[in-house]
Design a protein. Sequence first.
Length: 546
Amino acid sequence: MCFALLVEQVPSFSSNEWYSDLLVEGMEWLDMFPAPARPTQALISLAPPRILEFVRLHSVDVSPPLITILSFDLWSDLLWTASNDKPTFLKLTKFLVTQSREIVEEDDHVSATVDVNIAMKEKFFVDLFGAESNFHAGLVQTNLSIEGVDGEDEGDEEEDKDALPLTEEEKAYHAKILAEGRKEKLRVVADNQRSTVNNYVRNAFLPITPPRWIEAQSRSVGDKLWELYTFNYLAPIHADSYRFLASLTEEEMKKCGEKALTENTDLIKGNYPLTPSMMKLPVVGDFDHTKCCVSASALAVRGFLAPKQQSAMAELKRIWNVGRPYLKCLCVAEGKGDCGRNISWFDHVLWYLLSDLHYLFPEAPSLKARTRAFRVRARSTWRAAMLASVVFTHMRDIMVKMAYNVVVDPSRTTQNILDDPAIMLHKFPWTMAKLILPARYVRSSEKRRKEDASASLAKKTRKSQPSILEFYVPPARDSSAAPTKDASDLVDLGTPASSSITVQEDGQTSACSRPLRRSHEVWDSPGHLSSNPNHCSDVRVVNCAG
Ligand SMILES: [Zn+2]
């Protein structure tokens, strides 16, 4: 089973990495641009002509070209709203056209600073848990603040202003030069840090990078996301994308939100048997040589109980995956003996399969046919797996929010790890708070945390650090015109305004009444996540200020 299937319909690619299937007559313009990730191209194969024309109009001779901005999640939102929610579709298209430059800037900033930023946040947890990690021990807090750079630049600008008046065109050019300088400086600082620390084992664990960054890395690892620094990273597929792929109902989406909060990891059973022979899950060893290629896979969900006497570092790597669906071979169940091979996260497998649908459907005549066949499978025999994935995306959102809060304000306890105590009444947030701030580690390091808190406060007071976040918030829907958004259902269960899974904020009457917006929160002081009131809270944030 470990050899590739040899069939006639092998996909081919252009020099820009586009599926040749997509470059049909009238679509050749795509090849003027670098191709997006292959799963994203699979979605493009489903796009109706009017959406493709919209994207073409805003890509050819446009800067930045829209086609280079559209991620997997954005395409799935475009496709879903185009057929299910016209008003939101219009808002989404407007958002994309007006915010494209900001999206690009945000991406650039993330890619320049993500390594150092994540590593420093990890170091916080390593210290908190008293875990052993040579990599993190070798890290030094680097002030990645752009403000220092800005400070110099602003001085420059002042001087220029005094010296000579500039035309608008000249000002724009000057601003561009300054922005490039800032970007370059960040890159150099990040590179310096990287070369220092790579002498050690990476020991990465904290899964808080924005999904867009993960998607951008996809090709570099052959779409095998498990080969990134940490396999804790979740595939860049948000809850609404699962809904699109598997045609999930509002009722199901709501149920997923409830299950996440109540820590209910039982699979949602539907009309399709969950037996391995019926589900036809892939043999992971066929495309990941470290995995089993002897027997088929079964779906399961990672439990919450830790193995006994586990090291602190192992615990730090484990806690982010509780509740996460995975595939495990059936060797033992089928009496073939224990092959000793490890599990695979289902979302990683799904992302890989979306990048190579030929593996699943070797005889399908085109990319479009393969993608359509995939959706049929996603909404039938794999429906339970898709639903379990939605549940986990909600859980992960809560985890990430907690991790941010603790790093920004080390004085947080399990009681106030989220700003709204109401959400802590639910089982999962409470469990997770105890995993992130476990009493056995935290008590012993309480003193250190207090010291860190005051040091952090002093630092933050000196400089308000800019932060980077995943700018895009899935479109809220008009409640009168469309079914309720799943995240709003979670609001009903008592999610705090600042929580990861909420789209509702103070001063907003309804999550459904707002236009699309870019979430733009800045951590301006420890413990306070300030938000632009016009923007949604969104968990997919990353503070790139270190
Ligand atoms: Zn096996």
